[in-house]
Ligand binder design. Structure first.
Ligand code: GDP
Ligand code: PGA
Ligand code: MN
Length: 607
């Protein structure tokens, strides 16, 4: 670095590769100062004080939510931007038909232009982090550079960050994923700052071969906390393909039956389709307990015994706020009650607490809504954005399982796929084998939600709930699922099921009450794993008769449950052309066995 670009820095790394990358970014972005994050409690105080001073954070009432902050984003920066998200592989073909692509050099040229001077008047933060355990055999390091103190505070909650991570990176001269973020709002010529700086131009870019991430213009979680979706899913899915493991958009839970027998289940549902809720569910069936291991991401490897072991690489929860309440997800409420949290785009109460739709039956008489306006119960607007979020340390979750701290993870007994479908998809269907389960995952469909910008409620294919997160050709990704079983002993792999909590009756109401009652389906799944209950062969897979579901104390008629479980040939006849069209997108990367599965399904349906 030449003398004229030298800026004040709190630290110089002894690891030349890392220091020269930091220097290079500083020379390009031209910050006023460089701050290396240490992850200490004192640093949290300094960063959050700074955010309060800048008007980004409002400190909540210490008696309601200790050490916690309210934050409202720019109304145009509230969700992941899938149309601005790119997989910049060297070959366009490797990004596949489901990702946006641009040639890496072209993208870098565009983004260098945007990054040029983008941190003027700002502090550049360097955040050393590790996804997964620092003690694991191969710690998965990253370093995020950002100009956003909001990102620093959020990353402190969401990932293991700081001095001990940096020490280990330096001591072992480890590989790390360089992850560059800027909100793209330089402060120049005495301009006044805004509470939520961002830019109308947004790019969320992964370079899979280089294992590098460049993000620009947004500070929203999935766009800016680069350890999460960008690294732990998009980049990690590519690492997993190359190294024989899997990075999946799945919760992980531990289920214990009344006899004390423990099982582990992972479940992949699209964003805002119930992962966080199921991960913390309070079973309504007596004697059963659920403990939480992860609520969003699972890294899955084959263990020495041939079973699939899942680890949650995250350190916090970034949950959808609306719909989270004492009736639906009491454990999430208990987690956030302890404080140390950031709430974004929810409503602020007059006594310095937060509120959102679904937290309590009765809304407070007066609120400040997420846009800063007065709000009363007869307002025609929602008080909180539909994708408003709580960001909370997972260690505060009262149901966190001890296994969370095991770097080797937990052996999976079952994998669930699920989505939001008003019709067609039964409450629970079991795959005949791993290949059929891969077919179920590959054809998974769901109505779009507010977790990404764009229309809400539109049915789309969301394979394995990974549509926005597969870092390579989705056809090759299905092939990787098939290969995992081919290269290992499939008989040791978990059974695969497809669930749908969101099927509706003719009046538009949910056929299945969901939430705590989903424990009945978890029990059924484990009963099937143990061969204890019956399931019927149907054209789409194994579906339980109502008698196989524990309905003791359940407020659902047998007729209604039968409707929730029904396989409707007319609905499937409408579904098949969509699956066909979906598969045709992939050309020769789609594994032939998936076409065979589709042909079999058609034949069994008599279509
Ligand atoms: P995630 O983004 O996949 O973690 O989804 P969440 O668990 O945060 O849930 C997203 C939304 O779906 C929230 O509004 C929940 O209240 C709602 N939800 C979660 N589980 C169920 C369920 O079993 N039934 C119904 N009807 N809604 C649910
Ligand atoms: P989620 O993802 O909706 O799956 O929790 C969060 C995000 O979009 O960043
Ligand atoms: Mn979630």
């Amino acid at each position: 670095m030449s003398a004229d670009t030298a800026v004040q820095s709190t630290y110089q790394s002894s690891y030349a590769k890392l220091q020269s990358w930091v220097d290079e970014v500083a020379a390009l972005t031209q910050p006023d100062e460089i701050y290396w994050c240490e992850g200490t409690p004192e640093e949290w105080v300094r960063i959050t004080d700074r955010l309060v001073e800048a008007g980004t954070f409002i400190r909540l009432n210490d008696e309601k939510k200790p050490n916690s902050f309210y934050c409202a984003s720019d109304p145009n920066d509230v969700a992941r931007v899938e149309d601005r998200t790119y997989i910049c592989s060297v070959d366009e073909k490797d990004a596949g038909p489901t990702n946006n692509w641009m040639a890496p050099d072209d993208m870098k040229q565009v983004m260098r232009g945007l990054y040029d001077g983008c941190m003027r008047g700002r502090t550049m933060y360097v955040i050393p982090f590790v996804m997964g355990h620092l003690e694991s055999d191969h710690p998965m390091f990253g370093v995020e550079i950002t100009d956003s103190a909001y990102v620093v505070a959020s990353m402190t909650v969401m990932a293991r960050i700081g001095r001990d991570v940096l020490d280990k990176i330096e001591q072992t001269e480890a590989d790390y994923v360089p992850a560059l973020h800027s909100f793209g709002a330089p402060l120049v010529d005495g301009a006044t700052d805004v509470a939520w700086p961002c830019n109308d131009t947004k790019y969320i870019v992964q370079f899979p071969e280089e294992r590098t991430i460049w993000s620009y213009g947004s500070s929203y979680g999935g766009n800016a906390l680069l350890g999460k979706k960008c690294y732990a899913l998009r980049i990690a899915s590519v690492m997993g393909r190359d190294e024989g493991w899997m990075a999946e958009h799945m919760l992980i839970l531990k289920l214990t039956n009344p006899e004390g027998v423990v099982k582990y289940i992972a479940a992949g549902f699209p964003s805002a389709c119930g992962k966080t809720n199921l991960a913390m569910v309070e079973p309504t069936i007596p004697g059963w307990t659920v403990e939480t291991i992860g609520d969003d991401i699972a890294w899955i490897r084959v263990g020495a015994d041939g079973r699939l072991y899942a680890v949650n690489p995250e350190f916090g929860l970034f949950g959808v706020a609306p719909g989270t309440g004492w009736d639906t997800n009491a454990n999430a409420m208990r987690t956030i009650e302890q404080g140390n949290s950031v709430f974004t785009n929810v409503a602020l109460t007059d006594d310095g607490d937060v509120w959102w739709e679904g937290m309590t039956d009765e809304p407070p008489a007066h609120l400040t809504d997420w846009k800063g306006n007065d709000w009363t119960p007869d307002s025609d607007q929602l008080s909180s954005h539909a994708n408003s979020r709580f960001c909370t340390p997972i260690k505060q979750c009262p149901t966190l399982a001890d296994e969370y701290d095991d770097p080797n993870g937990v052996p999976l007994d079952a994998i669930l796929f699920g989505g939001r479908r008003k019709t067609t998809i039964p409450l629970v269907t079991e795959a005949r084998d791993w290949t059929h389960g891969t077919f179920m995952g590959a054809t998974l469909s769901s109505e779009t939600t507010a977790a990404a910008t764009g229309a809400v409620g539109v049915v789309r294919r969301d394979p394995m709930a990974m549509l926005p997160f597969i870092g390579y050709d989705a056809g090759d990704y299905f092939g990787h699922w098939i290969t995992m079983a081919k290269n290992n002993d499939e008989s040791k792999f978990p059974k695969i099921f497809y669930v749908n909590w969101f099927r509706r009756d003719d009046d538009g109401g949910f056929l299945w009450p969901g939430f705590g009652e989903n424990s009945r389906i978890l029990k059924y799944v484990i009963d099937r794993v143990e061969g204890k209950v019956e399931a019927h062969e149907t054209p789409i897979g194994l579906v339980p008769p109502t008698s196989s579901i524990d309905t003791d104390g359940l407020d659902v008629t047998e007729e209604q449950l039968a409707k929730a479980l029904a396989v409707d040939t007319d609905e499937w006849a409408a579904e098949l052309p969509q699956i066909n069209e979906w598969f045709e997108k992939f050309g020769d990367t789609l594994p032939a066995v998936l076409w065979t599965e589709l042909d079999g399904l058609k034949a069994r349906l008599g279509l």
